[in-house]
Ligand binder design. Structure first.
Ligand SMILES: C[S@@+](CC[C@H](N)C(=O)[O-])C[C@H]1O[C@@H](n2cnc3c(N)ncnc32)[C@H](O)[C@@H]1O
Length: 323
């Protein structure tokens, strides 16, 4: 006869085995990234939380913003921006970091607002962002610069530690030692400037602007008098410059600038309209006309009607259909 003690012991063993088996299938240790672990183009190193806060302060993130962190690591910038009410997205190449970020966002109560995608920042569209954050490298920042300069004027870019080569930042801030940041403790802010280089007409003359990122130089010509402008600067679509003792401030809106000019204690409105923009991309019509000219050259040279190269054939067909 089987003793009741034996039955109890057997049942206990069975329960322990089942419990162990269940725990074994469910337990997965949480992914723990290691400092400086290699990434696709740059290694993982987290921004100290105190600098995360400073970066978002400098960018003046509000609930109206859409913040995108390029190479979002464990998600801390995106999560912190979400906690400030902003919509935020992290683009990260390491899928384990993406999964960890999603988990962290849920834990921090912003699982809905903080979004993360697995992707390559070089192949991602971040043109809708109003704020870009990044902790990458000087070389990557430089590579991204043309794309960044084409973002909407006023878009704020904040980088942990790395510069944008000869595009000087609009602001910098450093976390002092002892404030819970030991390395990579500097934040740099740029505000994408409006593109204003070219000639502008004012009732009192012609304003010629030369632009180097957010810095402006140039002249104001009134009749025979040409005066250089000084202290010229853009902050997004906000423009400031001086001509002699007159200080001009204004807002660039496409091909007009409107604002006020202050001189000798009095203030008056001013307005300028663009006569020529050095940055304007060629229109489709200009591109098509260029192709027509090329095609004509070929025709004249060979006496045959054909496109200058095979790549232009589809466009030549479009031209034929339109004109
Ligand atoms: C220095 S860490 C910064 C992480 C986070 N932004 C922060 O400040 O805490 C850089 C991150 O970029 C990621 N990364 C590297 N190359 C990438 C690429 N081409 N596309 C997307 N993410 C990339 C790395 O995996 C790493 O998580």
């Amino acid at each position: 006869m089987i003793s009741s003690r034996f039955v109890r012991q057997s049942l206990l063993m069975l329960c322990l085995l089942i419990a162990a088996a269940c725990a074994n299938t469910r337990y997965q240790p949480e992914y723990q990234p290691e400092f400086n672990q290699p990434g696709k183009d740059v290694a993982w190193w987290p921004t100290a939380q105190v600098l995360v806060n400073k970066m978002l302060d400098m960018a003046k993130v509000t609930p109206e913003d859409y913040v995108i962190d390029l190479g979002s690591g464990d998600g801390r910038l995106v999560i912190t921006a979400s906690k400030r009410g902003a919509r935020a997205l992290g683009i990260e190449y390491n899928p384990d970091l993406v999964a960890l970020s999603k988990l962290n966002a849920v834990r921090e109560g912003v699982g809905e607002r903080a979004q993360f995608v697995h992707g390559d920042l070089f192949k991602s569209d971040f043109s809708e962002a109003t704020v870009i954050t990044m902790f990458l490298s000087e070389a990557i920042n430089h590579k991204l610069r043309p794309q960044i300069l084409n973002l909407k004027p006023g878009t704020r870019i904040v980088s942990n530690s790395f510069s944008m080569a000869d595009w000087a930042p609009d602001e910098t801030a450093t976390i002092e030692e002892g404030e819970k940041c030991s390395t990579y403790c500097k934040a740099l802010l740029w505000i994408v400037p409006a593109k204003v280089e070219g000639i502008w007409r004012l009732p009192q003359g012609e304003l010629t602007l030369k632009q180097s990122f957010q810095m402006l130089s140039g002249t104001l010509k009134s009749g025979a008098n040409t005066v250089p402008i000084t202290n010229g600067r853009l902050r997004g679509d906000s423009i400031n410059f001086s001509v002699g003792d007159a200080n001009y401030t204004g807002r660039v809106n496409g091909s007009t600038i409107q604002g006020t000019v202050e001189s000798g204690g009095s203030t008056a409105p001013w307005m300028a309209t663009q006569a020529q923009n050095a940055f304007r991309a060629p229109s489709e019509k200009q591109n098509i006309l260029g192709l027509l000219i090329q095609a004509k050259v070929t025709t004249e040279q060979t006496g045959q009607v054909k496109a200058a190269n095979s790549a232009s054939l589809p466009l030549i067909a479009v031209i034929a259909a339109r004109f």
